[in-house]
Design a protein around this ligand. Structure first.
Ligand code: SF4
Length: 198
């Protein structure tokens, strides 16, 4: 537990480059309104932390480039808020969230494949935490031509993942110290494991 708390404290004290990275987070959600297929840019955000980690052996993404962490820092100033309960930042919680994330990715891959094969209809809706469908139609300011249904399905699924994880992080930020989300963030958990074998 000490190790995880240390990680938590370190993140509190990290010096994030003073660039308005949070705009990337807000811009991402705006892109989904311009055209949902732009939500596939989430793949870049998912890959970059690991590319940087592989190149440097350090969590460079987390230490200076993560737009989401910058967004959460904006919501709550350093030092504000109470410490998260130990169960929430425990190894079990970290593993639980990582497992949820992996299951989510597996479902996205499988369902996209099934849509491509014409076995299921695409889900062109936002779903929070895999199952809760939001009762809203995302406005589309720019229409693209004929895009394969599987790509549209994939884009909605990535947009849903990004909204769900940002929402979860926001809730943690509002109730506890800023960057509590970072302790349980799947990118952090995976990066720590990869670092051990690099
Ligand atoms: S732990 Fe997650 S949210 Fe925090 S800085 Fe790293 S990638 Fe961003």
């Amino acid at each position: 537990m000490q190790v995880y708390y240390a990680l938590y404290v370190n993140r509190e004290n990290q010096t994030v480059k003073k660039k308005p990275l949070f705009l990337i987070t807000l811009g991402y959600f705006a892109l989904g309104i311009i055209n949902i297929h732009l939500a596939l840019t989430a793949l870049i955000c998912m890959a970059l932390p690991f590319i940087l980690l592989y190149k440097s052996g350090k969590k460079q993404w987390c230490h200076g480039y993560c737009p989401r962490a910058d967004f959460f820092s904006l919501i709550k100033a350093k030092g504000k808020g109470k410490k998260a309960p130990s169960w929430l930042i425990s190894p079990k919680a970290r593993n639980g969230i990582l497992s949820y994330f992996c299951v989510n990715l597996m479902l996205i891959t499988t369902s996209t494949w099934m849509v491509a094969l014409g076995k299921i209809a695409p889900i062109e809706k936002i779903r929070l935490f895999i199952v809760f469908e939001l009762p809203l139609v995302l406005p589309q300011l720019v229409e693209l031509g004929d895009v394969p249904q599987a790509i549209t399905h994939l884009a909605y699924r990535f947009y849903s993942v990004m909204i769900s994880s940002t929402l979860l992080g926001l809730i943690l930020t509002m109730f506890f110290k800023p960057k509590t989300w970072c302790v349980v963030c799947p990118v952090n958990t995976m990066s720590s494991r990869i670092q051990r074998v690099l």
